[in-house]
Design a protein around this ligand. Structure first.
Ligand SMILES: Nc1ncnc2c1ncn2[C@@H]1O[C@H](COP(=O)(O)OP(=O)(O)O)[C@@H](O)[C@H]1O
Ligand SMILES: [Mg+2]
Length: 273
C-alpha cells in the first residue's frame, strides 16, 4: 500500500460491525493534503462510524486507516487532527470560552496561541457575546459552533467534521463554509460529512459516496455528475439522489472497486492504493 506524502488520509477496505449490524464493509478512498473532501451517503451509510475510526475512537475489524503516515490513535496525531462529532459534546457548567481552551490545553497547545486563536475564531463566527455563557445555556447551533472552534484549534493539519453546518442558521452556515474554505487555502486538510448540497457545491473539491458501508464512488464533483446523471438532468443533487438510490450489492455502477489483488482503483481518478 502507498504511504504517499501527498495524502493526508489513506482509507483501505475498512470493515466494522456492531453486534448484528455491518456498519462498514469496504470503505476505501484517499484524501489529498490541503483539499476539502466530502463524505456522502444516506442515513446509516457508515459515515460517522468511519470518522470515529479515523479519529481513533473505535477500531476497525478489518482494513487500514493511515493518517499522515500514522495509524489512528498515535500520540503524534494529538494536536494535528481535530474531530467534530455529530452530537454536541461539552462540559455543561463551564463557559463557551473555557469549553474551547480547556480541550486545547489538554491537547498540549501553547496557552497564548490558544487564546489568540480562540479570540480570532469567536470573532470570525460572531459569537463573542457568548464567551462567558455556560455551555448548557447555549442553543444547539451555538453549541455546535463552539465545538467547531475547538476542533479547528486542536486540528492543526486535519479536520474531521461530522455534518458541520447541520443545525446552523443560514447566515452562520455561510460563515462556517467561508472559514472552512479559508483554512483549506492555508493548507489544512478537511474531511466533512454533509447532506447539504450547498456545502458540497461550494466547498468540496472531492467527494466519496458511501452506500451500505461501501465506497461506491470517489472522485471530483464533475466525475460524480458524469457517473450518476443523464445528459438532461446534470446536477450534483441529481447525481447524489441517483447514487443513493443504487444498491451497491446489485449493480456495477461502482467506480471504486476491489481488484483481485485487493487494491482500490478508481477508474475516474486513476488514483490507486
Ligand atoms: N455504537 C453502535 N452500536 C450499534 N450500531 C451502530 C453503532 N454505531 C452505528 N451503528 C449502526 O451502524 C450503521 C452506520 O451508522 P452511522 O455510521 O452512524 O451512519 P451515518 O453516519 O452514515 O448515518 C447504522 O445502521 C447504525 O445504526
Ligand atoms: Mg452520521
Amino acid at each position: 500500500m502507498q504511504s504517499n506524502q501527498e495524502f493526508a488520509l489513506i482509507i483501505h477496505n475498512v470493515h466494522k460491525h456492531f453486534r448484528n449490524v455491518q456498519a462498514l464493509r469496504g470503505a476505501s478512498f484517499l484524501v489529498e493534503k490541503g483539499t476539502i473532501h466530502a463524505l456522502l451517503g444516506p442515513n446509516g451509510a457508515g459515515k460517522t462510524t468511519l470518522l470515529r475510526i479515523i479519529a481513533g475512537i473505535i477500531k476497525p475489524d478489518y482494513g487500514q486507516v493511515i493518517a499522515f503516515n500514522m495509524p489512528p490513535g498515535s500520540p503524534e496525531l494529538i494536536g494535528l487532527m481535530g474531530y467534530m462529532t455529530q452530537n454536541t459534546v461539552g462540559y455543561q457548567n463551564i463557559t463557551a470560552w473555557k469549553n474551547v481552551t480547556l480541550f486545547a490545553e489538554i491537547a498540549g497547545i501553547d496557552k497564548q496561541m490558544i487564546n489568540e486563536k480562540t479570540e480570532y475564531l469567536f470573532s470570525e463566527l460572531e459569537i463573542m457575546n457568548l464567551k462567558s455563557r455556560k455551555f448548557k445555556e447555549l442553543s444547539g447551533g451555538e453549541k455546535r459552533t463552539v465545538n467547531l472552534i475547538r476542533t479547528i484549534i486542536i486540528g492543526d493539519k486535519l479536520l474531521l467534521l461530522d455534518e458541520p453546518t447541520a443545525g446552523l442558521d443560514l447566515e452562520r452556515a455561510a460563515k462556517v463554509r467561508k472559514l472552512i474554505q479559508k483554512l483549506s487555502k492555508e493548507g489544512r486538510t478537511i474531511l466533512l460529512s454533509s447532506h447539504i448540497v450547498t456545502d458540497l457545491e461550494n466547498l468540496s473539491q472531492y467527494i466519496t459516496i458511501l452506500h451500505s458501508g461501501k465506497t461506491i464512488f470517489t472522485g471530483t464533483k464533475e466525475q460524480a455528475i458524469d457517473t450518476f446523471t443523464t445528459d438532461e438532468k446534470r446536477s450534483l443533487e441529481n447525481a447524489l439522489l441517483n447514487a443513493f438510490d443504487n444498491n451497491p450489492s446489485q449493480n456495477n455502477l461502482n467506480s471504486a472497486e476491489e481488484t483481485q489483488e485487493g487494491q482500490l482503483h478508481s477508474e475516474k481518478t486513476g488514483k490507486s492504493i
